[in-house]
Design a protein around this ligand. Structure first.
Ligand code: PGA
Length: 249
């Protein structure tokens, strides 16, 4: 039985004051059922602050990107070891905003995935099609291409333990959520692709849904058999909403 994971992706939002308010509101209202794991992926400058605020808490810390390199002359980059140094457990790799605005190619995403693994972090590998690709009927081809690019460099043994997030680009930050059927279909396809490599890894990999998940639609998505949690952008910035999603999980 896979545990559910509800991970917040704060993107480039927050200030020291907001971090303090949000984390303390989360800690006061965290569901005690023990049903779902929770994590927040915060901007780099706030890692230290959130690390210390989450000390002894069950909410885990994550980052939103990682360098494909381990150290050296890469101005502006942040390594996996640095993230691990701040007690990060998770790191998002291949978010569609990185892919489309910062040129993270499928190959770079695979290298970042490996860098995360080398540092002992759990990569949250994002996959997803654009609206144009969905309308052309090539959603599965896109998901397969993005996944295959990782498996060009990463063995299934190295992949084990990673998290996948299916994030249809047209649903991110648009208020337009995939229907539970659309999401389940994509998740089942991703799991089938993993099963071609290893039945065990396929059965154990958490596949999160991301794209305008909110309190009002979380439950219908999270009851789908292959949806193991959510990667939450906008709604993770509002403590009540994020808690409501975790409660639904
Ligand atoms: P959203 O973002 O929940 O605001 O749509 C999700 C994401 O981009 O991870």
């Amino acid at each position: 039985m896979r545990r559910k994971l509800i991970a917040g992706n704060w993107k480039m939002n927050a200030s020291k004051v907001q971090c303090e308010a949000l984390i303390s509101a989360l800690l006061q209202n965290i569901p005690h059922s023990g049903g779902a794991d929770m994590a927040v992926c915060v901007p780099y400058p706030y890692l230290a602050q959130v690390e210390s605020a989450l000390r002894d808490a069950t909410i885990r810390l994550g980052a939103q990107d990682v360098s494909e390199h381990d150290k050296g002359a890469y101005t502006g980059e942040v390594s996996g070891a640095m993230l691990a140094d701040f007690s990060c457990k998770y790191v998002i790799v291949g978010h569609s905003e990185r892919r489309s605005y910062y040129g993270d190619s499928d190959e770079v995403v695979a290298l970042k995935f490996l860098a995360a693994k080398r540092a002992g972090l759990i990569p949250i590998l994002c996959l997803g099609e654009t609206l144009e690709e969905r309308e052309r009927g090539v959603t599965r081809d896109i998901l397969k291409r993005q996944l295959d690019a990782v498996f060009d460099r990463v063995s299934i043994a190295e992949f084990a333990g990673a998290v996948v997030a299916y994030e249809p680009v047209w649903a991110i930050g648009t208020g337009k959520t995939a229907t539970p059927e659309q999401a389940q279909d994509a998740h089942a396809f991703i799991r089938d692709q993993l099963r071609l490599k290893s039945a065990t890894v396929a059965a154990e990999t958490q596949i999160l849904y991301g794209g305008s998940m909110k309190a009002s639609n979380a439950r219908e998505l999270l009851v789908q058999p292959d949806i193991d949690g959510g990667l939450i952008g906008g709604a993770s910035l509002i403590a009540d909403d994020f808690i409501a999603i975790a409660t639904a999980a």
